[in-house]
Design a binder for this molecule. Structure first.
Ligand code: FE2
Length: 219
């Protein structure tokens, strides 16, 4: 579940939250991943199953729906693993962003779907202008801004639109649900400072599960 604290390694993978709704989405994702080779077509085919999860109540425990005061992203932002494939090929997680708080500008490095479950978010997406050859620098410009509310979602198909940040614009925390084809919080990703162009390695971590090389404490 989403309790903070100590975890046995084996409990950190698979269905950390075991509900019929989550199992249905993961089963559909595995089925479509096996039958559709093109990520864009696969993500498109996944839309109905993802929309169905966002539309349902009662499957997300309160323990995965609140802020995390020890957040590595700052601002009390909580990232809670709901499902993690043991081989790192797929994960489902909730991201809780308190009112007024914003994530760092970051990338995801995997295809998937991201949608709003509760609250509202303002999303700013960046386009990369340089060739990415220098791992410590990036030239970015804003390519898109949009506001999203409950039930609304978008596909991720890197490298297109893979760099963004979100801010909660509702009075309640926003909760977004992410289905992504990696172990997102444990992968070394990138954090961007658009004004200065500085890029730094970034690993967000889950609030409720350690990364494979972190040991059992989750520290
Ligand atoms: Fe994101």
């Amino acid at each position: 579940m989403c309790d903070l604290g100590h975890h046995h390694h084996d409990a950190s993978f698979g269905f950390l939250v075991d509900t019929a709704e989550i199992r249905a989405l993961i089963a559909e994702t595995e089925r479509l991943s096996a039958s559709i080779a093109d990520p864009a077509a696969r993500v498109e085919a996944l839309r109905p199953a993802f929309a169905a999860l966002l539309a349902k109540d009662g499957w997300l425990p309160d323990s995965c729906a609140g802020p995390d005061d020890s957040s590595k992203m700052g601002g009390g932002i909580g990232q809670y693993a709901l499902y993690r494939a043991a081989d790192g090929s797929l994960c489902l997680f909730s991201l809780v962003v308190p009112p007024g708080a914003a994530t760092p500008v970051h990338d995801h490095l995997a295809w998937g779907l991201v949608g709003i479950y509760r609250g509202r978010q303002d999303e700013t997406v960046y386009r990369r202008l340089d060739d990415g050859r220098d791992p410590s620098r990036a030239r970015l410009e804003v390519s898109k801004r949009q506001q999203l509310g409950p039930g609304e979602f978008y596909p991720l198909l890197p490298p297109a639109d893979d760099i963004h940040y979100v801010r909660t614009i509702s009075d309640e925390p926003s909760i977004s649900i992410h289905l992504l084809a990696n172990d997102t919080a444990c992968v070394w990703r990138h954090r961007f400072e658009p004004e200065s162009g500085v890029v730094t390695p970034f690993r967000s971590g889950y609030a409720n599960a350690p990364c494979p090389d972190q040991g059992a404490s989750g520290a």
